[in-house]
Write a protein that binds this ligand. Structure first.
Ligand code: SF4
Length: 1483
């Protein structure tokens, strides 16, 4: 419980507060970074939160607190911090101290204060005595108020002497809380500590090697001695005196006085006990309350406050002369030397005093064990009896010794994130896996800090090896002596042979041998069975990580490699590469992979599970097979243990892409053709050290040959160095440009995410040139800041990103301008134009973000002394002509102020190329795709071709996770292609599934997606592999034509697991419609399906002219989507389609026909009210024979009447609303030659999938499986992709897959005979888990980051995290099984149909979403904007009370979307055109 304000209630609290006051940084050592409220950390975090000021922190700064795991070298971090000239303090549990002795020896020379809490009921004082030789001043405190005083003394002492001080105390967690004491007022402390005379130490240079303060006169000078540094080092006596001076200062301030030793008891005692342990106070009070005549009533007690430097003279000064016998009680858990360290100190003190006449007391040492109130009296009597005997026994144990366990609060904890690799190991090796240093292994009597150590693991391996040797000897002699039956002997011999060959076949023989031994009744067999575990082969792994130990010497890596033993080591590196890059290079951890390769005898692999699961898998298998040491270094970067897997993934990708963490495998025992050890580079880029190694080993040419991209990437690095080179190049180009220009210069800098600011800037430059100016335009970040002051005329054009931030390509520029103090713009004339949207942030408090970048930069330029050419103008999307309203007069004013308004005319603008132009000029979708594919100089294709390839089913994308790092490295974006399959009816054979699965591994990013339109999507296919992939899809009897583009797309159909015949009929109609509406161009075949030397290849320009009977040369104005639903299930969201077909089934179960809906569509643009989602309007009923025709005619009317000028207004939904439903329908009927019938009745119940097993009318079984957001991938926790592949391999008969519109999959048409086998596989691969909350089962997200170029926010990768945060709460409301349709998309294009969801989050900027509410449960009603631009916390805060209300007030069966409308939280959206009306938030 937190103490009242102004009080401290624990010794840790007291010490932490003082440490905070006296530090720039406090390093708080923790058992795990999640234990933020433990020990010292509780009060440290409180002070950070309250922004408390310190006494020594630099002016204007606050002390900072950094938490560090106690097993991750926290004391090394202190050395790092000292390099930044900081006052460093450490708070730590005493368990962390002994392991840090080597580092503490270095720290002792600096004015660092370490507060150590012995936070156990029975602490081990050896943790303190271990430091006795290091040169620390060591102070002990015995009460809460003393802890505060000693903490103050410790800091003052450190500053005065320039040397380290350790302050320790016992904080018994089992004892009742002490009464809080008031905190020492800062003004009181200031009485003895003059902060103004404090001189900050300069530890720069070599912090470890320098002695500071003592002769640097930093702080309050201790003594103005002259002479060299060596002669001014403080002696122990100096420090003793200085400690006493400091205690005197504390007394002046607080009135409380302290000494190095205290004596308690009678002044004439003949026996005294010096107690160095936690029960000193108990002894003192027991003696004080002793009855008359009690043997110990006249015994005195000495306690030690200043343990180091130990002052014998101060001890003797408190000890009464009458003392003849002195007991020394030391609380040590293990006595490792004959004499305790304190006993030796005491003896040496007494020996100093030989000159004195009084006799030296007899000294008797005791080991102080655990005592409680009941046993202390007994113990005291025993002590006195022994000490007063004629021949006292030395080293008697008093009390009981504890077991060597660490309190659970301080037990070593494995960071949850790091279990990813151990889970993978388990998945690969199963029961065969033996993790030799596993933290969860119980090893009696061994602390986890030890048993978790790699060295311990290696020892365990050697022990097992010895045991195995002995066991093999037993087996051999049993066979030789013929004491086993013939069958058993035969099996034992076979086992021995296989074991000697390390044969994988041994497992089978082992099982048989154990069974055989069990059937034999001999004693020998029984004896052999006792250790039968040794018969089973094992894959032995030692795991090391930052969380255990990393250093080569101390982690056992060297021992393992040098031993040549067949043991595997997995070493996890968890430091993010960005943090690493920023760290001091000399402190970087050693590259263990390189070290092992240099050694030459080990298998070495570098893996990163979040970059390539399969590569990591392969490395584990190879390491296991390798006969000798194997070292697998594995990357898993995280900053906090609570980091989400998403941030780990993003960090990993950057590290792998830049070559910081290359993926490779090295096998010294498998030779290449050239006779070199096999080296496989599994990623594209290498870091310098590895490159050097490979060059030396002659591997480089080999690697470079195999992966041509390597040559290009290897020169790339990352970070500021390259960035400045890039700027220099841009500047050169700029200078060249200027050379050719004659007029006055005009430099136009833009910052643009969406491209508008860039377009405006470039157009302005063209117009400037037309007026004779030397005008150039470039991105702000490409301009060298140091040249800014030399510009004559400068124009800034910037748009507004996210929460008023600069667009990506202007951020560095702004950062530099914002903080620069030496930029002088006195000679610069400038004009600034901003682009923004005044309605983007509906809430008043967010209005400040409107056009913030342009306003910020204008303000800054003014401060830097620039001269205004034209006043700042703000373009607003909401103005009648958008930004042009403000822009046009601003541009005119600019020409006037530059004096060129009368010069020249407007330069002819090249007309913008529209999609319509691209289509018409493409020669039926050919464009220059073939040439683009053959261009090896780039991973991209041209912008026009990128539009055309969509018609062929592929989109060009780039990996947005690494876009910025690649840009900084001067590399082009990591281009790749998404390929979408056309799969009418969403039905796939097992062979097709396997083909896609294979292509994902060989040509894609090892995953594939089941889409919201019931088809497959591959991601990450690089240009070189595009054609082979599309070809392979065709070989598997699928195609990709018209899967995207301005044509009719894949036709979906309901999944219908309960009715096989009906499903077949509907999917046949879906296929017929899809095939009928396919583009007829032969370009698809020519481009993708021909061989390179195929004579029939026809490329653009050839004489063949295609004919598109339905589409014509310009195809449709926009995409066109058709889907078939079958009531009562609306699992394909029929209302969201351009044409929705609702199957109407007769009473006798026959398909009667379809109700036809038209004009549904999802895509919108944020803040553009001309755009809206729409549900389809009912046209009427058609019989099956007419359905294809009806679809065709609707499409043709759209072809002819759709808006081809504005793509944002081109979908069928707008055409229908523009013409009116009746007019549009009339035109369709005219083409059809008949009228639609009256629509038939139907009822929908839901639009979600029905998970689990269903039996259809023919007795076949169908299993609807939950696939989170449709992503098929292997993860350490869940090798789902492998599982589905194995299932596809064993499917027989009609069995196959159906892909649902909710991104799940149905294992369909499984016979009763096959079902048990499939069920077993589902269970083995954890594919049968439908125990998720109903919310998760009803949720769905689009792809968004990292591949979708339009994404503004995360979606697929983030929705599962969001659901987790919500579902725990729903559970508490009893809503676990209540379905709520929740959808998320990364932008308003609506791929996951968010506008129909009961709750939707639509991305607006990274981490920012619009919250939509009130959609209909079965997809019949649109939702409405409830709050815009909110983050996760806000979304959860809004939703939770609503769910609570729903749980309490809903009517029977009332869905969430309906409920919030009924209770008035949101208005219903009854048609697309009223979507923007009644939005609660609008002004
Ligand atoms: S909704 Fe937007 S972000 Fe999501 S996949 Fe579609 S276009 Fe990309």
């Amino acid at each position: 419980m937190a103490p009242p304000a102004g009080y401290v209630s624990t010794r840790e609290d007291a010490a932490a507060r003082v440490a905070f006051l006296f530090s720039d940084i406090v390093l708080s050592v923790q058992p795990s970074l999640q234990s933020t409220e433990l020990g010292f950390n509780a009060s440290l975090s409180r002070m950070v939160r309250q922004k408390q000021r310190g006494l020594v922190a630099r002016r204007g700064t606050f002390p900072t607190v950094r938490s560090l795991r106690y097993n991750a070298d926290p004391f090394a971090a202190a050395l790092d911090e000292l390099a930044s000239n900081t006052f460093v303090s450490i708070t730590a549990p005493s368990v962390s101290v002994p392991a840090a002795v080597p580092l503490l020896a270095k720290l002792a020379r600096f004015p660092v204060v370490i507060h150590v809490s012995m936070s156990r009921a029975f602490p081990d004082y050896a943790e303190i005595t271990a430091l006795r030789q290091l040169g620390f001043t060591v102070l002990q405190s015995f009460s809460l108020v003393e802890a505060q005083d000693m903490a103050i003394a410790a800091h003052i002492l450190a500053i005065r002497t320039g040397k380290a001080v350790l302050h320790f105390f016992h904080q018994n967690p089992a004892a009742p809380e002490e009464s809080p004491v008031p905190v020492e007022d800062v003004s009181v402390i200031e009485r003895v500590f003059d902060r103004n005379s404090l001189i900050r130490p300069d530890h720069s240079g070599n912090p470890v090697g320098r002695n500071i303060y003592w002769n640097d006169a930093a702080g309050v000078p201790f003594d103005a001695k002259s002479g060299t540094a060596e002669t001014t080092l403080p002696t122990a006596d100096d420090l003793v005196r200085e400690t006493e001076t400091t205690f005197e200062l504390v007394r002046t301030a607080t009135g409380r006085s302290y000494k190095a030793f205290d004596y308690h008891g009678a002044g004439n005692a003949d026996t005294a006990l010096l107690i160095f342990g936690s029960s000193a106070q108990q002894f003192i009070s027991t003696i004080a309350s002793a009855g008359w005549g009690e043997v110990y009533s006249k015994v005195g007690v000495v306690t030690v406050r200043v343990y180091r430097p130990w002052s014998g003279s101060r001890l003797l000064s408190v000890l009464p002369k009458s003392v003849k016998r002195l007991g020394v009680l030391e609380q040590l858990h293990r006595q490792t030397t004959k004499w305790g360290p304190v006993l030796l100190d005491v003896i040496s003190s007494l020996n100093q005093d030989l000159t004195k006449p009084s006799p030296i007391p007899v000294v008797v040492g005791y080991t102080l064990g655990f005592l409680d109130e009941k046993t202390i009296v007994q113990a005291l009597r025993g002590i006195i009896q022994n000490i007063q005997s004629e021949a006292p026994i030395q080293n008697l144990l008093v009390g009981s010794q504890p077991s060597h366990s660490v309190d659970s609060a301080f037990a070593l904890k494995l960071p949850e994130l790091e279990t990813a690799y151990s889970k993978m190991l388990y998945n690969v090796f199963g029961d065969k896996l033996s993790v030799l240093n596993a933290l969860d292994k119980e090893d009696a009597g061994i602390a986890k800090t030890i048993s978790g150590n790699p060295e311990y693991g290696f020892g365990a391996y050697l022990a097992r090896e010895e045991e195995l040797k002995a066991y093999i000897a037993k087996l051999t002699s049993a066979v030789k002596e013929g004491v086993l039956s013939a069958e058993t002997s035969e099996l034992v011999s076979r086992w021995l042979l296989l074991n000697s060959e390390s044969s994988p076949k041994i497992a089978e023989t082992t099982t048989k041998l154990i069974a055989q031994l069990e059937s034999e009744s001999s004693e020998v067999a029984a004896d052999l069975l006792k250790d039968k575990a040794l018969l089973s082969p094992s894959s032995s792994w030692i795991i090391g990580s930052d969380a255990w130990a990393f250093d080569l010497g101390s982690s056992g890596v060297h021992h393992v490699i040098a031993s040549g033993k067949n043991v595997n080591m997995l070493i996890i590196e968890s430091e993010p590469f960005t943090a690493r890059a920023a760290a001091d290079a000399s402190r970087r951890k050693k590259d263990i992979g390189l070290y092992a390769m240099n050694y030459g005898n080990s298998y070495v692999a570098s893996v990163a599970v979040y970059s390539s699961y399969s590569q990591a898998l392969q490395a584990f298998i190879e390491a296991d097979k390798f006969d000798g040491p194997s070292i697998v270094v594995a990357y898993l970067p995280y900053k906090e243990e609570t980091d989400s897997p998403l941030s780990v993934l993003q960090e990993t990708k950057k590290a792998v892409d830049t070559g910081y963490w290359p993926l490779y495998r090295w096998d010294p025992k498998t030779a290449t053709d050239e006779g070199l050890p096999r080296f496989e580079l599994d990623s594209n880029a290498l870091k310098r050290e590895l490159k050097e190694f490979l060059s030396r080993e002659n591997h480089l040419s080999q690697v470079a040959r195999r992966t041509p991209v390597f040559g290009e990437s290897i020169s790339g690095s990352y970070g500021s160095e390259v960035r400045s080179q890039q700027q220099a190049k841009a500047k050169d180009a700029y200078a060249k440009l200027l050379e050719g220009l004659t007029g006055p210069p005009l430099t136009i800098l833009f910052a643009s995410d969406g491209g508008t600011a860039e377009t405006v800037a470039k157009r302005l430059a063209r117009r400037g040139k037309g007026r004779g100016l030397g005008a150039v335009a470039m991105a702000m970040d490409d301009f060298p800041i140091e040249d800014l002051g030399a510009e004559e005329n400068l124009v800034i054009i910037t748009s507004t990103a996210g929460q008023g931030e600069f667009p990506q390509n202007g951020r560095n520029f702004w950062e530099a301008i914002k903080t620069s103090t030496d930029l002088d713009l006195a000679n610069v004339n400038y004009a600034i134009f901003g682009l923004g949207d005044s309605h983007y942030w509906p809430r008043k408090q967010d209005k400040i973000y409107y056009n913030k970048p342009s306003k910020d930069i204008a303000h800054r330029f003014e401060i830097l002394g620039g001269k205004v050419l034209v006043p700042l103008a703000l373009g607003d999307d909401q103005d009648p002509d958008g930004y042009s309203t403000a822009y046009n007069p601003w541009e005119t004013a600019l020409w006037t102020s530059l004096g060129v308004d009368g010069v020249g005319a407007n330069v002819d603008e090249p007309p913008p190329i529209t999609n319509e132009d691209i289509k018409i000029n493409s020669n039926y979708l050919r464009g220059t795709i073939v040439e683009g594919l053959n261009d090896e100089s780039t991973g991209a294709i041209s912008a026009e071709d990128a539009q055309l390839t969509k018609f062929h089913g592929t989109y060009m994308q780039d990996d947005r996770d690494i876009r910025e790092t690649r840009k900084a490295a001067g590399q082009e974006p990591a281009y790749s292609f998404m390929i979408r399959v056309r799969l009418p009816g969403s039905v796939s054979t097992p062979a097709q599934w396997l083909a896609i699965d294979d292509l994902a591994d060989t040509n894609g990013n090892h995953t594939f997606k089941l889409t919201t339109r019931g088809t497959y999507q591959l991601h990450g296919v690089i240009k070189k592999k595009l054609k082979p992939t599309i070809k392979a899809i065709n070989v598997a009897l699928m195609d990709t034509i018209a899967a995207c583009g301005d044509v009719n797309r894949n036709v979906m159909c309901a999944a219908l697991p309960y009715n096989n015949a009906l499903h077949k009929e509907l999917s046949t109609w879906a296929t017929k419609i899809s095939n009928h509406l396919l583009p007829k161009t032969t370009a698809y075949h020519e481009i993708w399906l021909t061989d390179d030397n195929d004579k029939k290849t026809l490329v653009a320009g050839d004489a063949v002219v295609d004919f598109e009977p339905l589409y014509g040369p310009t195809y449709l104005p926009r995409k066109f989507k058709i889907a078939i639903a079958c009531p009562p299930y609306n699992d394909i969201d029929v209302y969201a389609n351009d044409v929705g077909l609702i199957a109407i089934v007769d009473d006798d179960g026959k398909l009667a026909g379809f109700n036809v809906l038209a004009g549904g569509g999802m895509g919108t643009t944020h803040n553009n009210k001309k755009t809206y989602p729409r549900t389809g309007s009912t046209f009427g009923f058609v019989t099956p024979e007419n359905v294809v025709l009806a679809c065709e005619k609707i499409m043709l009317v759209q072809r002819d009447f759709g808006d081809r000028k504005d793509r944002k207004h081109a979908r069928l939904k707008y055409t229908i609303d523009t013409l009116g439903v009746d007019v549009f329908k009339g035109k369709v009927e005219e083409l059809l030659g008949f009228k639609f019938d009256e629509p038939r009745e139907f009822t929908f119940e839901s639009n979600i999938d029905h998970f689990g097993w269903t039996k259809d009318e023919r007795g076949l079984n169908h299993y609807t499986m939950f696939i989170e957001n449709g992503r098929i991938e292997n993860t350490p926790e869940h090798p789902m992709k492998d599982g589905l592949r194995e299932i596809a391999k064993v499917m027989e008969g009609e069995a196959g897959f159906r892909l649902t519109g909710n991104q799940h999959v149905i294992l369909s048409s499984i016979s009763d005979e096959q079902k048990p086998k499939i069920e077993k596989m589902m269970s083995d691969y954890k594919l049968d888990n439908l125990q998720h909350s109903a919310l998760r089962l009803s949720s769905s997200a689009c792809v968004a980051f990292p591949t979708c170029g339009l994404a503004m926010a995360e979606s697929e990768r983030y929705l599962p995290i969001f659901v987790t945060k919500l579902e725990a709460y729903l559970e508490t409301l009893g809503l676990r099984h209540d379905s709520v349709i929740l959808r998320m998309t990364g932008c308003p294009n609506g791929c996951a149909r968010p506008w129909l969801a009961e709750v939707a989050l639509v991305g607006k900027a990274y981490g920012v979403y619009n919250l939509m509410l009130g959609g209909g449960y079965h997809g019949q009603r649109l939702n409405k904007l409830y709050r815009s631009s909110i983050n996760e916390t806000q979304a959860l805060d809004i939703l939770k009370p609503m769910f609570k209300r729903w749980s309490e007030e809903r009517e029977e069966g009332e869905h969430f979307g309906d409920f919030i409308i009924r209770v008035g939280i949101i208005k219903p959206t009854l048609s697309g055109m009223t979507f923007h009306d009644d939005v609660p938030e609008e002004e």
